[in-house]
Write a protein that binds this ligand. Structure first.
Ligand code: TTP
Ligand code: MG
Length: 365
């Protein structure tokens, strides 16, 4: 396979930037997007002026106002964000058709075969950012490298309004320094397990044998070791045939009862919600599912058809139902969703819902 050229583009403080663009009097002032403090809502995002006060996405509005009393609070206008997202997507499409949207404000582009800007991914990213600024009066940051994982991490390096290139020969050194939380698919559950095993950075994983990694993480150990070495072969996909997205956890000691099983759900849910957000081209939700593997390795699953984003409570209910069918020590719990037809770029509502639901989750946790 030739060396790929992957760009990850991420708009800067997206919702806040769109709002300030329409209201120039807000420029230079701290702005947060979200509902009022009395409604116990949380912020969708905040601009960089507000971030100086440690105000950030998913923070309760009341806390944000305590940190930054001058914070200007604006309710979200999703139609505006969708419109900008489409326009930015159209700019991407002038360079390549291999575009994988991750959410309204983020996408991967595969520009390996692109001939614009003499085929330089660095210059293509620069040009895309210039066009976004010129045509939409918004800024974006970009990461450029040989795969999705490294490009995504790199897009945060010179944020806001900057870009960062990790050349092929620099990939190994770049990933070494990263904390394990940066690895694609590593949510709080896996990160906690890694920490307990003394794995704090990708370098720590690099120094483990493949055998050790598979002992600790099963088949997933291979993928984790690869990523920790900067190896990521996932293609940039404009649509996905993914049929489900689930996460699972094998417990160090079997859980003796339903109560302990129910207690394990929130952390799994958070990990799953993260995977939903970081996965591209997701289909529509068709239903949700819980899987239980018992001490004797026998597995039972239970699922419910539903088009909407499941809650922690939904998964708890399914687990309780599995438990009524078989009440034995639990070795593993998995949870997730069944997915249907893929979204296309004109239908980004789900991504929007994902963000909103993450906020809901943040509120209830
Ligand atoms: P992000 O790209 O994570 O954040 P951002 O664009 O606001 O800021 P950054 O400059 O760091 O990229 O998310 C994009 C949009 O998604 C964000 O503007 C609002 C929305 N969002 C939520 O609604 N809830 C959340 O918890 C997060 C993280 C984002
Ligand atoms: Mg962003």
């Amino acid at each position: 396979m030739p060396i790929r050229k992957i760009i990850h583009v991420d708009m800067d403080c997206f919702y806040a930037a769109v709002e300030t663009k329409h209201r120039p009097e807000l420029r230079g002032k701290p702005v947060g997007i979200g509902g009022p403090a009395q409604s116990r809502s949380v912020l969708c995002t905040a601009n960089y002026e507000a971030r100086k006060f440690k105000v950030k996405a998913a923070m309760p509005t009341s806390m944000a106002l305590r940190l930054c009393p001058g914070l200007i609070l604006i309710p979200p206008h999703f139609e505006l964000y969708k419109e900008e997202s489409r326009a930015v997507h159209e700019i991407f499409s002038r360079f390549t058709s291999k575009i994988e949207p991750l959410s309204l404000d983020e996408a991967y582009l595969d520009v390996t075969d692109c001939t614009a800007m003499s085929g330089s991914a660095t210059l293509i990213a620069k040009e895309i950012r210039r066009l976004i600024q010129q045509e939409r009066h918004l800024t974006a940051s970009a990461g450029i490298s040989i795969n999705k994982f490294v490009a995504k991490v790199a897009s945060d390096w010179n944020k806001p309004n900057g870009q960062f290139v990790v050349k092929p020969e620099e990939v190994g050194g770049f990933v070494k320094e990263l904390v394990v939380e940066k690895i694609f698919g590593v949510g709080p559950v896996t990160a906690k397990k890694m920490h307990s095993l003394g794995l704090m950075t990708c370098a720590d994983i690099q120094s483990q044998s493949l055998l050790q990694m598979t002992r600790w993480f099963g088949a997933r150990g291979i993928e984790l070791k690869n990523l920790a070495q900067g190896i990521d072969t996932r293609p940039v996909e404009s649509g996905s045939e993914r049929k489900s997205l689930t996460v699972e956890e094998t417990f160090p000691v079997d859980l003796p009862g339903l109560e302990q099983g129910l207690q394990a759900i929130p952390a799994l849910y958070q990990s799953w919600a993260e995977r939903m957000r970081t996965n591209a081209g997701l289909g529509e939700i068709r239903g949700f599912v819980v899987k239980v593997k018992y001490f004797d390795f026998k597995t039972m699953t239970h699922e419910m058809a539903s088009p909407s984003w499941p809650s922690i409570q939904d998964f708890k209910k399914l687990l309780s139902e599995v438990w009524t069918r078989r009440s034995d020590p639990i070795r593993l719990i998995g949870l997730g969703v069944r997915l249907g037809k893929p979204l296309n770029s004109e239908n980004l509502d789900l991504d929007l819902d994902l963000n909103m639901n993450l906020n809901l989750f943040a509120r209830t946790s």
